[in-house]
Design a protein around this ligand. Structure first.
Ligand SMILES: *[C@@H]1O[C@H](CO)[C@@H](O)[C@H](O)[C@H]1NC(C)=O
Ligand SMILES: *[C@@H]1O[C@H](CO)[C@@H](O)[C@H](O)[C@H]1NC(C)=O
Ligand SMILES: *[C@@H]1O[C@H](CO)[C@@H](O)[C@H](O)[C@H]1NC(C)=O
Ligand SMILES: *[C@@H]1O[C@H](CO)[C@@H](O)[C@H](O)[C@H]1NC(C)=O
Ligand SMILES: *[C@@H]1O[C@H](CO)[C@@H](O)[C@H](O)[C@H]1NC(C)=O
Ligand SMILES: *[C@@H]1O[C@H](CO)[C@@H](O)[C@H](O)[C@H]1NC(C)=O
Ligand SMILES: *[C@@H]1O[C@H](CO)[C@@H](O)[C@H](O)[C@H]1NC(C)=O
Length: 585
């Protein structure tokens, strides 16, 4: 049989070649284009977005899996021992948040990484007793094991460390009240309002301001890509789109990177770094057998935070790393060594016994498209000639800012997450800190602790609201009538769509209205509920929802075929009518 043949071949051909062996890779990919937050929803990955992620999957398939057999591929860097055709889920760790556009991004990517295996392989699984072979549906579709993580799962923090991180929200809400922010709003107001007649024709004028920079940019980019009338009219130019992009970048940079007050805003980059370290450490501890390929999917926040923390934003390519990545952008770390590769596949390459033989490198690819390559960049302030790092340099560099422990995430974030309650309880009882409260806390059962967590979240939010009230902001807390979701439902929400994420964990279905000192307002559309904004929240109802409703081009009837609906303005709002403001501040 085949193994014997190769063994014979190995005996005759004992020549060895010194080559790079990639042992493991950890990638993080930004989801593809989705339905803009400013649409009525539902929010999904668009066909364009799915194609973007499919293409990234193809790129990685060539790089890590099939590339070895194709000498015309210079970008190939096959991972040693990774299956070529049949997916082996034990070799992969795939994690996405449970936002539909992010989990769908993971699926689109995987469809290309391990495409349908339509040549049926005769094995025990496929053979039938009547001597025919069974094939998986859809011409041999392969089923990846994608973990889609909700906020209830602590693994969620590795891909979206900013979600549910209260202190991140607090610092950013404070930033919205800062003089610098208000000034930026004032200086850009004219620009935003000038677009009110072209691309932002459907958006109330009040919402056209820098506080909504990311949301507006997402909307404009979508319209630019999809609206032929707009393209033909020539009223909205690529230069204007560029300006919107730059403003959105600047805003999100301020939200997600360290500033003079600390590094809490870069939490998503710290948790991501921590996970990369963990995966490589497992790989090393298992002598190269565990965690061969880790595929993470999420939003852009971890990327921005990581650009800043890793000194990409100040290094040799600084000018490229201070703005929003494009959809489908991906970054990857590779762990590799140099080894004498036996020319026969039947002989194994031993994993280096000494970590001093291990190397790590970092790549980034901006968006998708043929001209975009995975490019290696030096991190940690190294220069272009030092983009390959030794294992120990890598560990030291990452440890500078990576999070050591979930306990640190819980305490630095002051998060009310269900799992934090459990972790902190355990931690406090182990370390004996706060001994008098520990004994009482210990008797609290987990579901009750969860409710306490949610209550603590609300308390923090109210404190933020009080601060804002002092500086001239105003938050209205308006519970929604529909749904009737319990307190614990709060924890299920995920918000990796980007944009401003303030004190959104008040209750599962709430609208918040925030009015800024500069006479502007902040929009945030969530998967459930929304940030609405009005000049006068007591009398003026959700201006945006009204705009959708008055679009009048579509029937209000929902025929139940959402996936094929045009998610245009004027579509059906699945969350029903907004309710009247209930002022609680
Ligand atoms: C090698 O890669 C190139 C570029 O992707 C592709 O066009 C070609 O078909 C590949 N050849 C083989 C034998 O896979
Ligand atoms: C597998 O699918 C490819 C592409 O759809 C097709 O070209 C090929 O003939 C198929 N092979 C078998 C054995 O069905
Ligand atoms: C063998 O059995 C399977 C299912 O039991 C059936 O679908 C298939 O048609 C059979 N093949 C033959 C050649 O009878
Ligand atoms: C707009 O139309 C022009 C001409 O038809 C085309 O070249 C351009 O690519 C279009 N823009 C977009 C974003 O599709
Ligand atoms: C495209 O944009 C124009 C304004 O430029 C607007 O009137 C039209 O309704 C938009 N089309 C769609 C399908 O949204
Ligand atoms: C890894 O290999 C070393 C020797 O090189 C051995 O001592 C150790 O037990 C191995 N660890 C595992 C998890 O296989
Ligand atoms: C990604 O593309 C955007 C838009 O072209 C650009 O501003 C940014 O600098 C690019 N980033 C990198 C890392 O190439």
């Amino acid at each position: 049989m085949i193994p014997h043949l190769t063994a014979l071949f190995a005996l005759s051909a004992t020549a060895l070649a010194e080559e790079q062996v990639v042992w493991s890779a950890v990638t993080y990919t930004y989801h593809g284009e989705k339905t803009p937050d400013l649409f009525a929803g539902p929010y999904d990955l668009t066909p364009v977005g799915a194609t973007q992620l499919y293409e990234v999957g193809q790129l990685y398939r060539e790089r890590y899996i099939t590339g070895a057999a194709n000498s015309s591929l210079t970008n190939a860097s096959p991972i040693y021992g990774l299956n070529t055709y049949a997916i082996d889920n034990s070799q992969l760790q795939i994690m996405a948040t449970d936002d539909p556009w992010i989990s769908a991004s993971a699926m689109a990517f995987m469809q290309a990484l391990y495409p349908p295996q339509n040549a049926t392989v005769p094995n025990l699984e496929s053979m039938l007793a009547n001597s025919s072979l069974a094939e998986y549906p859809l011409n041999g579709y392969q089923y990846p094991n994608i973990e889609t993580l909700s906020l209830l799962d602590f693994n969620h923090v590795w891909i979206a460390g900013d979600d549910d991180c209260n202190n991140y929200d607090v610092v950013n809400v404070e930033y919205l009240a800062s003089a610098a922010f208000v000034q930026e709003m004032q200086s850009t107001n004219e620009f935003y309002e000038s677009l009110g007649d072209s691309v932002f024709w459907a958006i109330p004028e009040d919402d056209l301001n820098y506080a909504n920079a990311w949301t507006l940019w997402e909307f404009a980019a979508f319209e630019y890509q999809h609206n032929e009338t707009l393209n033909q009219s020539g009223t909205f130019t690529a230069a204007e789109l560029d300006t919107l992009y730059n403003l959105a970048s600047q805003q999100q940079w301020n939200f997600n990177t360290p500033d003079s007050s600390g590094i809490i805003q870069a939490m998503a980059g710290r948790t991501y770094a921590s996970y990369v370290l963990q995966q490589f450490e497992h790989q090393v501890a298992s002598n190269g057998s565990a965690e061969k390929l880790t595929l993470l999917f999420g939003s852009f926040e971890p990327m921005l935070a990581f650009f800043a923390l890793s000194d990409l934003s100040t290094g040799p390519s600084a000018s490229r790393f201070n703005s929003l990545p494009l959809h489908g952008s991906t970054m990857t770390f590779e762990l590799y060594s140099y080894a004498e590769i036996p020319l026969s596949v039947s002989e194994t390459v031993p994993f280096p016994s000494d970590t001093s033989e291990l190397w790590v490198r970092f790549f980034f690819r901006n968006g998708t498209g043929d001209s975009n390559d995975l490019i290696e960049y030096p991190i940690f302030g190294r220069d272009n000639s030092q983009d390959d790092m030794s294992w120990s340099d890598f560990v030291v560099g990452m440890s500078e800012f990576s999070l050591d422990d979930l306990v640190d995430w819980c305490s630095e974030c002051n998060s009310g997450s269900l799992f934090c309650e459990a972790i902190m309880l355990n931690y406090n009882s182990e370390t004996g800190s706060g001994s008098s409260t520990t004994t009482t806390k210990k008797s609290v059962s987990t579901p009750v602790a969860g409710v306490i967590g949610a209550a603590a979240t609300i308390a923090t939010t109210l404190i933020v609201a009080a601060i804002l009230a002092l500086v001239g902001f105003r938050i209205d807390y308006r519970p929604r009538q529909k749904g009737g979701v319990s307190d614990l439902g709060v924890l299920k929400r995920s918000a990796s769509g980007g944009g401003f994420k303030g004190a959104e964990k008040l209750a599962s279905d709430t609208d918040l209205t925030m009015k800024g000192g500069a006479g502007a307002s902040v929009v945030r559309h969530e998967r459930v509920g929304s940030w609405e904004l009005n000049d006068n929240p007591d009398t003026k109802q959700s201006a945006l929802d009204k705009a959708f409703e008055s679009g009048g081009e579509m029937s209000k009837t929902d025929y139940g075929r959402r996936s094929e609906d045009v998610h245009g303005l004027g579509g059906v709002d699945p969350y029903g009518e907004p309710v009247k403001a209930l002022d609680q501040v």
